[in-house]
Design a protein around this ligand. Structure first.
Ligand SMILES: CC(C)(COP(=O)(O)OP(=O)(O)OC[C@H]1O[C@@H](n2cnc3c(N)ncnc32)[C@H](O)[C@@H]1OP(=O)(O)O)[C@@H](O)C(=O)NCCC(=O)NCCS
Length: 144
């Protein structure tokens, strides 16, 4: 698998990957998320490509303090081959080179089993509560 930054023309295939990986929620518009990340200098979307097909992704960035990853995905038919590890290592390398000291990520409580994947990569669960508030009119799902 070759890993490279997103480029023009990738959006439809990435969105399809995210949908097949069940990462798209009603309150998150993939096109807006991709455009916002691409417009920000402190964020990047890396994709994993094999034979011209996008099979993995990670959106990474930092807020001036911590690094974050979103949309960590490997195509369902390509899992179990260390590709998730590879795309995460790319995000870690990119953030490390920007001077980011620590990487954090969120797991939905409907997807807690994925913690084992991150634990294999050396991540641990933190004793924190995540809170949020919309700064614009909330999209369709108010629970988002
Ligand atoms: C999570 C995901 C990216 C893993 O991709 P993958 O390519 O299958 O993972 P890898 O093959 O790189 O696995 C790396 C390690 O994690 C472990 N692992 C991966 N998925 C696992 C799972 N579901 N349960 C337990 N361990 C898992 C592997 O056994 C491997 O361990 P090892 O290196 O000690 O042998 C993929 O399953 C996926 O896209 N899931 C749906 C989207 C998702 O939930 N993303 C995360 C949102 S927070």
């Amino acid at each position: 698998m070759e890993i490279r930054p997103i480029r023009d023309g990738d959006e439809a295939a990435i969105t399809d990957l995210w949908r097949r990986c069940e990462l798209v929620r009603p309150w998150n518009d993939p096109a807006s998320d991709i455009a916002f990340a691409r417009a920000a200098p402190q964020s990047e979307i890396f994709i994993g490509e094999r034979q011209g097909k996008i099979i993995a992704s990670v959106m990474c960035g930092h807020d001036g303090h911590r690094g974050w990853v979103y949309y960590v995905a490997v195509s369902p038919d390509e899992r179990g081959d260390q590709l998730g590890r590879a795309i995460m290592e790319k995000a870690e390398e990119w953030l490390h080179d920007l001077g980011v000291p620590k990487l954090e990520l969120l797991i939905r409580n409907t997807n807690v089993q994925v913690a084992q994947f991150y634990e294999s990569l050396g991540y641990k669960t933190e004793p924190v509560v995540v809170m949020s508030r919309w700064l614009k009119t909330p999209p369709a799902d108010p629970n988002g």
